[in-house]
Write a protein that binds this ligand. Structure first.
Ligand SMILES: Cc1cc2nc3c(=O)[nH]c(=O)nc-3n(C[C@H](O)[C@H](O)[C@H](O)COP(=O)(O)OP(=O)(O)OC[C@H]3O[C@@H](n4cnc5c(N)ncnc54)[C@H](O)[C@@H]3O)c2cc1C
Ligand code: FES
Length: 337
């Protein structure tokens, strides 16, 4: 039995959709071509936060970062994790718009053209095929790649532009991980992978100010795609990257970063390791190596990407030292929740 969901948009428009048993409201809107604000679709970012005026539902598997206990008690919900158990009325904080019928995420298939263990902890996946050659995305955005023989998918940021029909991803190798473990253990060149793309609001905006990129672990990936774009656009503005990892073996793509240092007019980077066995390495975490205060006086745009604790540490550092920037954009590599 389906439920009838009323969506009240902020411009006064109301639209009704049907939600099948077990389906989330977000999935139902996509299926029926109605747009609501969505980003991670995993109960992690809070982009879809809406107010539920009436109805019974299940709401689970989300992070309190996205919806606090107080917000939930007030009646706020996350449509990407909301499974109705009765008809519901939701207030959506956006104007009504449609994506047209059949605008649900289109699954495409690409072939693995390279799969390298850059280190014991980092996999570089390269996909190729006609769909890749025709792929449109903004540098910093991500794809949802399906685990082979499964309906489950994982989010991975593009770590390159789609060039010559190839696109890359940097993936943390988690031995017990359903996706990364599978890639490391049994996937091989020539295998097909299904994915949908592009997603996300973490992408390189118009470049008109100095840029600071802060990467944690495989959070380096989207910055490699952004640096490629900056290389193509020949920006002369200062670009700084602070790249932090836990151990020496997490440190990858240093040669590529060194190449960007050669090709970009004003790019420098620091690669730091929290616990290093190598005397030659820069030690510490990203907040130990942020540029001096004078850099921030240039009104920089700051982008941070990586594990949630790193993003929290950067925000706390900015607050503690009263650091101002023009904009702070971030992407949290949340585990699948
Ligand atoms: C928007 C977005 C973009 C992302 N982009 C990338 C990317 O470019 N590269 C990338 O490597 N990851 C990225 N992630 C994380 C990625 O989607 C997966 O969550 C991650 O790869 C784990 O998937 P898995 O199937 O290998 O492990 P799972 O089977 O999902 O998890 C196995 C176990 O490992 C734990 N775990 C999950 N993630 C981590 C972690 N990072 N460190 C330690 N333990 C963990 C889980 O809690 C679980 O216990 C992104 C996440 C989001 C939300
Ligand atoms: S889209 Fe719902 S929490 Fe991110």
């Amino acid at each position: 039995m389906s439920f009838r969901i009323a969506l009240n948009f902020e411009d006064g428009v109301t639209r009704f959709i049907t939600c099948a048993p077990g389906e989330t409201v977000a999935e139902a809107t996509i299926r029926q071509g109605v747009r609501i604000p969505l980003d991670c679709r995993e109960g992690a970012c809070g982009t879809c936060k809406s107010f539920c005026e009436s109805g019974r539902f299940l709401l689970s598997d989300y992070l309190t970062d996205a919806l606090s206990d107080d917000e939930r008690a007030e009646g706020f919900v996350l449509p990407c994790k909301l499974r109705p158990k009765s008809d519901c009325v939701l207030i959506i904080p956006a104007a009504f718009s449609t994506s047209g019928p059949g605008a649900e995420d289109r699954e495409v298939v690409a072939t693995i053209s390279a799969l390298d263990l850059l280190s014991p902890t980092v996999i570089r996946l390269v996909l190729t095929g006609p769909v890749v050659a025709a792929l449109d995305f903004l540098p910093g955005q991500y794809a949802r790649i399906f685990i082979p023989d499964s309906v489950e998918s994982r989010a991975y940021s593009f770590s390159s532009l789609a060039r010559d029909g190839h696109v890359k991803f940097l993936i943390k190798n988690i031995p017990q991980g359903k996706m990364s473990g599978r890639l490391a253990r049994s996937a091989k060149i020539g295998d097909e992978l299904r994915f949908t793309a592009p997603y996300g609001s973490f992408y390189l905006r118009k470049v008109e100010r100095p840029l600071l990129f802060i990467a944690g672990g495989t959070g380096l990936g989207p910055f490699l795609a952004m640096l490629e774009t900056l290389e193509n656009n020949k920006t002369a503005l200062p670009v700084r990257l602070v790249y932090g990892v836990n151990t020496d073996e997490d440190l990858v793509e240093l040669a590529l970063l060194a190449k960007f240092k050669e090709t970009l007019p004003d790019f420098t980077f620091v690669a730091c390791v929290a616990s290093s066995a190598d005397a030659g390495r820069v030690r510490g975490v990203v907040t130990d190596h942020l540029p001096p205060k004078e850099f921030f006086e240039l009104n920089a745009d700051v982008y941070a990407c990586g594990p949630p604790p790193m993003i929290a540490a950067v925000e706390a550092y900015f607050r503690a030292y009263d650091i101002k920037c023009a904009n702070l954009y971030y992407e949290k590599f949340l585990p699948n929740v």
